[in-house]
Design a protein around this ligand. Sequence first.
Ligand code: FAD
Length: 258
Amino acid sequence: MNVLLVYAHPEPRSLNGSLRDFSVKRLEDAGHVVQVSDLYAMKWKASLDANDSLDRQADARFDPALDSQRAFENGRQSKDIALEQDKLMWADAVILQFPLWWFSMPAILKGWVERVYAYGFGYGVGEHSDARWGDRYGEGTLAGKRAMLIVTAGGWESHYGPRGINDPMDDVLFPIQHGILYYPGFDVLPPFVIYRTGRIDAAAFPEICDALGQRLDDIGKTAPIPFRPQNAGAYTIPELTLRPDIAPDESGFAVHIA
Ligand code: FAD
């Protein structure tokens, strides 16, 4: 498989740096072709702004969505954006690897998503009408590709358990896994999460690598999280609400998983 690893940690000698090196080697040893987008090393520009579209009139009002659409459709996007889109189209599987910072991804990675997921590429894809609300949530540009998160967290596993004070990790990661990965079509594999990073040392590291290595070995066959597709009948259109007979009386993130 072609695997794209989008990696966001500023320090190569970090735990994340070691895990990235391990992952690349493990995947290559298994015969996969790997590309890494090392966002800090690339000095990735994190802010979506008017400079992302070439040929704009300097005094024109900047519209983040419409300027993105025009630039994408006319091949006038900033080159760094187009290159990352090419990598996404090349990949059969995409891994986002990052330390959990303030219950989410580091800003540089969020900025990668905001800029690379152009209008017409990451969103605004397919027919939009009263009968059909676009190709998204299971359909879209990246449908048929697999995606997985590798996340390190300072908190303990219990802090992210069903009644943990930080909320369950599945809930913390829901906006990324459902909103950022499933939305443009990826099949999203369960995340690989490493907890309590402050306790990790030379004795613990090999065990983590064993578990991560197994997940990487299985990247082509692990069953995805069964998020409910938007356009297969579970949701009413155009309200985009789960049908009342599905998971009745339930609400929240979990109802979107079959
Ligand atoms: P490092 O600090 O580089 O390493 C962690 C440990 O692993 C160290 O003890 C190091 O010695 C050891 N190590 C590194 N490499 C190796 C190796 N090759 N072999 C053996 N041992 C090794 N945590 C949360 O749970 N929730 C949050 O919301 C959250 N927000 C944060 C916000 C910010 C701004 C910051 C800075 C931290 C936050 N944290 C949070 C903690 C954060 O998630 C962890 O600090 C991070 O995941 C650790 O990853 P790292 O790669 O930076 O680890």
